[in-house]
Design a protein around this ligand. Structure first.
Ligand SMILES: [Zn+2]
Length: 141
């Protein structure tokens, strides 16, 4: 991957500056440059993967573990943090902006102005069962 083409690879390589919280052999945690709330952090695998499907499950598990650690640190940091959202956008349609997998860790508090909302539907059980069957048939693909 061309480091110039991927900001997270450039940060991982030390070619670009980042406000690093944690770094290990698999991943690093840094501050988002456009935070939703103060303390908004990103957990990023060191090895480039455009999409979740390109990430091995061990690294994916490591990202989630670091997200849990970041959430715990945020709650103990003195920053306003009464709750946390973990958010991962996989694909442009899901709102992915940088095409190197990253997990958002977003501190939340009452009145923070952040909205996570969508209209919800109430499908019949037969419809839920039909969709569950579709997913089962795709499970090991
Ligand atoms: Zn990258």
């Amino acid at each position: 991957v061309n480091r110039a083409a991927c900001v997270f690879c450039a940060i991982a390589a030390g070619d670009e500056r980042g406000s690093i919280v944690h770094e290990d052999e698999a991943a690093f945690v840094l501050m988002d440059i456009a935070p939703v709330t103060p303390g908004h952090a990103l957990v990023i695998p060191k090895r480039h993967a455009d999409r979740l499907a390109q990430l091995d499950e061990t690294t994916g598990g490591r990202l989630f573990a670091l997200g849990m650690r970041a959430a715990r640190a945020l709650r103990s940091s003195g920053l306003r943090c009464d709750g946390v959202n973990l958010f991962l956008a996989d694909g442009a349609a899901a709102g992915q902006d940088v095409f190197h997998v990253h997990l958002h860790v977003i501190p939340r508090f009452g009145g923070d102005g952040v909205r996570v909302s969508a209209g919800r539907s109430r499908p019949e059980r037969t419809e839920l069962d039909r969709i569950a069957a579709l997913l089962r048939s795709a499970w090991d693909v």
